[in-house]
Ligand binder design. Sequence first.
Ligand code: PLP
Length: 443
Amino acid sequence: MATPLTGRPRPDLASEAGTAAVRADFPILEREVRGHPLVYLDSGATSLRPEQVVEAESRFYRETNAAVHRGAHALAEEATDAYEQGRAAVARFVGGAFDELLITRNATEGLNLLAYSMLAATLDERMGDGVARRGADPRLVLRPGDEILVTEAEHHANLVPWQRLARWTGAKLTWLGVTDEGRIDLGTLDRITERTRVVAFTHASNVTGAISPVREIVEAANAVGALTVLDACQSVPHFPVDLPALGVDAAAFSAHKMLGPTGVGAMWANADLLEGMPPFMTGGSMVEVVTMEESTFLPPPARFEAGSQATAQVAAWAAAVEYLEWLGMDEVAAHEHDLTAHMLAGLAGVEGIRVLGPTTATERVGAVCFVVDGVHPHDASQVLDDAGVAVRVGHHCAQPVHRRLGAQSSVRASLGPYNTRADVDAFIAALAGVRPFFGVTHG
Ligand SMILES: Cc1ncc(COP(=O)(O)O)c(C=O)c1O
């Protein structure tokens, strides 16, 4: 049984008692892996979930279990309330208004939603079915010669959809560079030009951990009237984020990286933009009037939520938000900052490690990628796994930034609010054994 959060004092994450109380809410941390206590350092891929979230999801199935926005029976009404309250909680968590938050399958779908909506607006325009008649926002229409700008640090989710959109519309894809330290290179900001129509960039890199200079990028984009799109997957779970205050037009993130369930995410976009966005997917739940020839669409957010919704997941996402708010996002950020600094110091003490990204905890999150000289990342992760340490290995869906930093793949240790200094110490101790295990002593 999960301990209710109401009336429960906020834990002090800087104290052992505080983290112990939090960890008790995550039953998976009681597991042993390969004869060792689990050390979970893969929250960048997906976070753990507290019992409160697991219970909220199963409670929905046990007690409510109905499709939303259809049916007039009591359960349908309760399910609709739970779904819309979930939307409200998530929207509030990122500073947005209730009807500015579109529920998607994940962040990837959110970013695709925007790219495909722009494709739809562009096609309508080219078919002479004009933006004016369809009510689409002219900022969404791309013409040959227009530019879509990303960065070299992007996850493929915020790169591939824009590559395709550029190809289909005749626009050109351009990008901001990355410095040797793994930060967005502000020296390349002049690549945002009068031709730039969209600037899509990550808030925090899932490879280098670097937090992007949002203000500078948004200012440059605003100066040329470009739309700004933020990939907030690695920021929203780790520090306080107020999307409207950042000045971006749209942003995407996933529940499963912020203590929430799998299979659900969101795209937030300001109401002004949403109003003029054509739908991405079409079907039930998003239409007003359908004849055999034509359909009209509901206002946002329903216009963008075709088909049956992820009801239990949205209800459980609200519980995840409640849990993070109980922890306090300032406190989560401070705790993870301390652990990141501790991890970077530990890594600096292990021979043959090269961190891909900033080596101090300043302006970065706790996703730390590194290569081990003379050992393939997969082999390194296997030794860590033998010690019960779960890390991620590969290119982390970000091949260009790996290439830029001279690596094909890497090991990534990434933090969540339930991690402790003891986790980091266990990881560093196991890592120190990797090169000796493979008999690598040179370099
Ligand atoms: C920076 C970043 N962007 C996008 C994504 C894609 O998230 P999802 O797979 O939940 O759509 C991830 C997930 O790893 C990520 O770290």
